[in-house]
Structure formats: C-alpha cells, structure tokens
Design a protein around this ligand. Sequence first.
Ligand code: SAM
Length: 271
Amino acid sequence: PNRAPFRPRQSLGQNFLHDPNMVEKIVGTLEAEPGDPVVEIGAGTGALTGALADRFERFVAVEIDERAVAVLREDIPEADVRQQDVRDADWEELAASFGAKLHVISNTPYHLSTEILFALLENRRHIAEGVLTMQKEVVQRIAADPGTKEYGVLSVLTQLFAAPRYAFSVSRHVFRPQPDVTSAVLHVRFGPEHEPDDLDLDDVRPYVRAAFNQRRKMLRNSLRAWSKDQGIAFPNGWGRKRPEALSPADFADLAGHFNERADAVEDRLHE
Ligand code: SAM
C-alpha cells in the first residue's frame, strides 16, 4: 500500500516518505496558522500533502512529475496541485495572489536542496518560513557556529538573512526507496527583524564566497581582489583572520566597509 504506483526516478530525487509519525512531526514544525497560505514543493505521491490540505485552507502543491501529479489529483482532489518545475516558481506573484507571505514546506529532492533554500532567501520578502527536509550535513552546515568545520557560505548567508534552526534528524528508513544519507529538518524564519537593514544578499555574497573558497587562507589573501588590488584596508585586523573566525554579522560589517570604499574608488576614477 505504501509503494509508489510508479517507478521512482532517482534523477528527480524521488524518495517517498512512508512513516505517519514523521509526517506529523514534519507538518507540525510549521508555525503557520490555519488561515495562512502554505506551499508544498515536490509533493510526490502526497505523503505530506493530505495532512497539509486538511490543515490549511489556502494550500498549493507544486510537483514536476506528471505521474505524481496524476496520483495527487486522484487521491487529494481538494488540493490545488500545480505541475511545475519549482525553479520556475514566481514567489512574488504567488504571495501576491494570496495577499500574504507564504509558508513553504518540502521534503526536498536532494540535488535541489540548496537551490531551493537560496530561492527562498532571494524571495524572503514574500516568505514567512520554510520547513525543509534536506541531507543532514547540509542542515548542520546551515546552522553551524563560527569556528566549526561545518561553518561556511551556507551558514553565513542563511544566518545573516534569516533565522535558521536545526529541528530534528530523519532516519533514511522512513523513505522508500531509502536514500544513502540521513536527513534532517531545517526550520527557517524570514522577516525584516532577521536581516540587516542596509545590505542585500548580493552585497555580501561575493566576499563570503571568495573567503570560503580558500578557507585555509587569511582574508587579506583570499580577498586580495578587493584589499590589495583596490587598496582597501581591513577593519578590526580581519585581514589576518581566516573566514571561520568571522561571525555572520562580521561579514556584514566587512561587506559594508568594502562596498563603501569600493564606491569611493569608483568615484575617484570618474572624477
Ligand atoms: N513530498 C513527497 C514525500 O515526502 O514523500 C516527495 C518527496 S521527494 C524527496 C522529492 C519530490 O520533488 C519528488 O516527488 C520529485 O518528483 C519532486 N521534484 C524533483 N524536482 C523537482 C522540481 N524541479 N520541481 C518540482 N518538484 C520536483
């Protein structure tokens, strides 16, 4: 009975959840109120979808695989199921159609987990929260503290522009077919109170990327494209630090400082 009525495609990351207790636990992680709009990404054969459609009046399920869409429409006719590649989703339009910020939930296809997280971060003005089941190591990286080996680009950017939390781990045995890895649920809250006032993702991302691309190097070397080439001095002696020593807020300060100086250099060139 718990078997998919079609052959799961590994290329689509199809691992279907079959444990009712885990369904409850994951759906229960949403902080959404019954009237809030909820969007499920990758609904598959509906493990979470039935519970979500029961609980939330305003509910949309997105799924790319037409075979799964057919199953969903048959089994859960009350759900608004859209056959779509989530990478093409227009989050702004969807939120506008509800007149409210979206609550997003997904047992993510593993190959798209971080892409989905970044899509939510980019669209955070239209999204209230995310409940994302991902590979456990990825959730650990997102929630990691400075100074740990898991700390990196995902930690800095997610912690700077949202409030992520490692919720709980999910055994691979609750999925069919079983994936090779253990999963975990990420809870992430979005909102102006969880991000800097005067910086956007793209103001910070280049520095964080460059720094962690060479994580064993001191920042004055990994960020030489700005510091040496443009003659911008590091604040707080950070040039001699490695990236794991800087908190997300430190990276925001560094980016603010560098961007300001880089603008000044630009202005001088154009005088
Ligand atoms: N929610 C179901 C469950 O928990 O059993 C399925 C989870 S499965 C890990 C991931 C689902 O995402 C699959 O149903 C897959 O077809 C779907 N999917 C994969 N790529 C997608 C994409 N680009 N856009 C939308 N859905 C996608």
